[in-house]
Structure formats: C-alpha cells, structure tokens
Ligand binder design. Structure first.
Ligand code: ARG
Length: 566
C-alpha cells in the first residue's frame, strides 16, 4: 500500500530543515475530525525558534506545498498542516489493502522478536469467580490479543491465587466439617461455606487458627496429606473457572500461580539480603521505601513465611530468566497500585534494569445496577450467572425476532456473552462503571449486539450478491461523502490498534467499532448496494466487504465473535 504519511513527510521535509524525515514521519497525527483531512502535521515546536505563531507557520508551510495527484488539498488550521488524500486514491489504497490483508488488517510487526507477558484474570482458588473478575479477565484477554496482533511473542499467564495461609484454614475446615462429594458437586460455593464457617468458629475457638498455621507449614514442607488436599481443592476450583473461561473464549499459556514460586523464594530472599535491600525489623524482614515516599514492604514474617509481595518478586525474576520479556504486563485493579509500585521499586533497587519493563495496567471498579440481577448466590454475584442470564435473554430475543435462524444457541452465546464483554470494554479502563444488563443487550445504541448486527448485515448483503470480483473497480464511484467517510474510518484502524497497544486500552478499539458501525449504517441507509448499475454495485460491495472485515478484526481484538447471521 502507498505510504501516504511517507509522501507527506517528504513534502514537509522540503520546507523544514530542523527535523529528519523520520522525525517528521513520527510527528504526524490523525486530525481530530475527518473533515480536516487525513494527516496532520503539528508546527508547535517551531514557534519559539522562528518567533512566529504555530498558526502562521502552518499556514506558510501549507501554502508552499502544492497539491498534487496524491493530496488533493493541503490546508492549515490551529497550528497544523492538514493533508487531504485524493478520494479515489484513498479509496483504492485502503480497500485493496484490506482485501489483501484480511484477518491481519490492522496488525503490525513492531513486536517481532520480542516477548510480551500479559498476566491477567489471576483468580483465587476456592473463592468465587465473581462479576468483578470480568475486568482483569477481559481487559487482559483483549491486550493479549492486541499484543499478538502486533506480532509480539505473547504469553498469557494466570497468576492463580493458590497459596497462602488461607489454605491451612481450608484444610482444617474440610477435615472438621467437609464432605468430598458435596464439594465436588458444587465446589466454589461449598468451599466458600467452609471458609466462612472456619472464621466463625475460630472467633470462638482460637486454637483453630493455630492448627491452620500448622497445616500451612505442612503444606510448605511438602507434607503428603496437606499437598493432596491442596491439590484437590485447586483442581476442583479450576474446573469451575475453566467453564467460565470457555464461555468467555479466554485462554492462557500458563497457570503458574503463586504456589509455583514457593520453591523459588529462598533464592530471591538470598539475593535480596545480598544486595543489601532487606533489613531486619522486629524479627521480620522489610524493605525500607521511605526514600521513595512509600511505606515499608514486609517481605518475610516473623515466622519466616513469605507474603504475596515476596511471591510477586520471585515471579518477576523467574519470568525475566525464563521468558526474557521485553514487556511484563500486569492487569490488576487500581486498589493494588501501591503494592505494584513497591515491588517494581524493589526490583529496581536490586539492580535489575528491567524493572522499567514491568507495567501495572490498572482499572477501576464495576458495580451492579440495583435489581439488574436476581441471581445472587449469597451476597456474591457470580460472573457465570451473569453471562448465562445474558445468553438466556438473547436467546429469547432471537426467538422473537428471528426464530428460523440456524445455530440459534451458538449465536445467543456469541451475542449474549459478547454484549457483557463489550460493555465491560467500552469505557476507559480506569473509570469505575455500573453494569446494566438491560443496556448491554440493546440492539440500538453503542452496544455489542449493535456492532455484531452491523457485521451480520454486511455479511448478508455480500451473500445476496453472490460472487463479485475485485477486478477493474472504478474507485471514482466511492468518492461521495458517505462512502469516503466510511473509508477514512477504515483507514484509521491500524493506528487505532497501535494506540490501544501503546496505552493498554482496549476501549479505544471498542469505541472504534461503534464509530465504524454507525458510519457504515449511515452509508447503508442512504445507498442501495445492489443496483442495476453493475459497476456501481461492484464498487459498493467492495466497500461493504472491507467494513465487514474490519469490524470482524476489531471485535476479535476485544474478545468478541462476529456471527455471520443474527
Ligand atoms: N489473586 C490476586 C487478587 O485476587 C490478584 C493477583 C494479581 N497479580 C499479581 N501478580 N499480584 O487480588
């Protein structure tokens, strides 16, 4: 494909001597509004040296560049030089490029030869997989897909919470009150009951706490009975978690959780002590972080046992040695900001320059709209229940609107689950949001079903047209305002995916798919695709196909399926 940016950079380079072509190339932005053009070159940095306002500089540059075959218009506005690509050329380049790249349209090679770790979901064994977990799970899943799309060797890790003193408690509770069969029938809720009961009983009888500590020590020392029980609890929990992951179409390359690092801790502690970072504090060991304006980090307890943060240090060092990552990404809620800041700093204090490659991708909380869910088990809303409910309601809608649809069940799943995921990824991740099942499932407005439906509509038009060829398309027929607006948005997709990767922000892709769907629907509303004019039909079908492909790619990157019929 023609590199428009490169051509524009060459034109700018003739007018500007203080920047290299590459610097110019990198400085280009996408104009805020498509009416301003396709490429914008900012002139703010020249203002000081030239003692002129950016507006005037941009105007002068734009006046001295003549429009040509590729750029039909070169103007200036607000300190930018704006380039408008000739419509027919733009249409041709963009559409043929999408046709040739297909499922890879929007991808990039920037990650080639580099490893990116995306740690996400990281649920806790024997605890509910609740609605709150959708955030790390789906933001992480999307980043995993986006990084793969950028050609990174991507490793998805579920850092399971499968270690810690609570397992001592669970073992004690199970031995006292538990029943194997009851648990295997409904693992998480039953294990949760045991856990709750333990706490109630331990309040009356503190001996239980002591016993729990002993069982955890046994577990740390590889006692067979402790290990078998722990493993059974882990396996049962994973069975339930995997059901949800399957429903969500989420996959991991590794389930190395906290327990995986239990035997890797001593070496890390030695390294910490030798690097002089660790100090004794009333029998425990801490890292003093006062110089960095943070509270001290507790690394080992008085009884020598390790903590959550110790396991994170061990995990990061292991990952560096094992994967030699270029980037080590953690998708974890904003409540843990201090925790991550602390241990990133400790890694740096240990002399590991790669501390800078560790990234905490934080996010806000999700709460539920009152009354939107009647499926509470106890006080907790299980994610699986929410997803099932969304699928159920979608199935009802399909039954009303399109009872003869093939693969009804599969479509209901793709749309129902997709709707929940789409809403989850619609806002900037750092924002808190309120989940609403009703809003989610609407076929109008900025929802998953709306975008999926637009995709299905494009598929059905293409199907109706049967065969069509890409030969000898007359791109002048796609230069009207509606068509070109769609094409401009299509053209933005590669920048959008890049930006989403850079900012660790799936919502950029989500909102893009809405924007594309809306613009396409305007086009569709105003134009017949299949007309008596064969040449026009052919050109429009190409546009429809490019939209279909790009929506599909976008939905894939946020973890949604794109059914061909709805
Ligand atoms: N299991 C932890 C929790 O539920 C999240 C783990 C986050 N990842 C990490 N490497 N600390 O809070």
């Amino acid at each position: 494909m023609l590199d428009f940016k490169k051509t524009a950079s060459q034109l700018i380079a003739r007018e500007v001597d203080s920047m290299t072509i590459q610097e110019i190339y990198d400085a280009f932005e996408v104009p805020k509004f498509t009416q301003m053009g396709d490429l914008a070159f900012p002139c703010f940095k020249f203002a000081k040296v030239q003692r002129k306002s950016p507006n005037i500089i941009a105007e002068e540059i734009s006046k001295s560049i003549e429009s040509n075959e590729i750029f039909e218009k070169i103007t200036s506005e607000g300190g930018y030089v704006n380039f408008t690509i000739s419509k027919a050329i733009l249409a041709k380049e963009v559409l043929l490029n999408i046709e040739s790249q297909k499922d890879f349209y929007g991808s990039s090679n920037i990650g080639a030869g580099k490893t990116a770790i995306v740690e996400f979901s990281s649920t806790n064994i024997a605890k509910p997989f609740h609605i709150g977990h959708i955030r790390s799970t789906m933001i992480g899943n999307s980043l995993y897909r986006i990084y793969k799309f950028m050609n990174y060797d991507t490793v998805g890790i579920n850092h399971l919470g499968d270690y810690g003193t609570q397992f001592g408690k669970l073992i004690v509770a199970f031995k006292l009150w538990g029943d194997k069969e009851t648990i295997e029938n409904d693992p998480i809720p039953e294990l949760l009951k045991l856990y709750v009961k333990f706490h109630e009983e331990a309040e009356k009888n503190p001996v239980l706490d002591e016993e729990a500590r002993q069982w955890f020590t046994k577990l740390e020392n590889n006692d067979t009975e402790a290990y078998e029980l722990w493993k059974w609890i882990r396996d049962e929990s994973l069975k339930e978690f995997n059901r949800v992951y399957t429903l969500l179409d989420v996959h991991f390359d590794s389930f190395a959780g906290e327990s995986f690092y239990s035997d890797k801790m001593p070496a890390v502690l030695t390294e910490l002590r030798e690097s002089g970072v660790l100090v004794k504090d009333a029998g425990a060991e801490i890292v003093d972080l006062s110089e960095h304006n943070m509270p001290p980090a507790l690394i080992t307890k008085k009884d020598g046992s390790s903590l959550y943060i110790t396991r994170d240090l061990a995990a990061a060092i292991y990952r560096k040695n094992h994967y030699n990552f270029y980037k080590n990404i953690y998708v974890v809620g904003a409540q843990q900001q201090l925790h991550f800041k602390q241990w990133f700093k400790i890694i740096e204090m240990m002399g590991h320059e790669w501390a800078k490659d560790c990234v905490h991708v934080e996010f806000g909380t999700v709460s539920l709209e009152e009354g939107s869910l009647s499926t509470r088990r106890g006080k907790i809303v299980f994610l699986e229940d929410v997803l099932n409910k969304a699928v159920e309601q979608t199935a009802k809608i399909i039954e009303e609107k399109n009872p003869n649809l093939e693969n009804k069940e599969e479509v209901a799943k793709a749309v129902g689950v997709g709707a929940v995921v789409f809403q989850e990824l619609s806002n900037n991740r750092i924002k808190d949001y309120t989940f609403s099942l009703e809003k989610t499932l609407s076929f109008e407005g900025e929802t998953g079903p709306y975008v999926q439906y637009t995709h299905a509509r494009a598929c059905s038009v293409l199907k109706k047209a049967n065969e069509y060829s890409l030969e000898n398309i007359n791109f002048d027929l796609l230069t009207d305002e509606r068509s070109i607006e769609v094409i401009r948005i299509l053209n933005k997709f590669p920048e959008i995916t890049m930006l989403a990767a850079e900012k660790y922000e799936p919502s950029i892709v989500t909102r893009y798919t809405v924007n594309l769907a809306q613009e396409f629907n305007h086009f569709y509303h105003d134009n017949s695709i299949i007309t008596d004019d064969a040449e026009l039909t052919k050109a429009r079908l190409l546009l429809v196909d490019a939209v279909r492909q790009t929506i599909k790619n976008g939905l894939y990157l946020i973890g949604l399926k794109a059914p061909e019929k709805m």
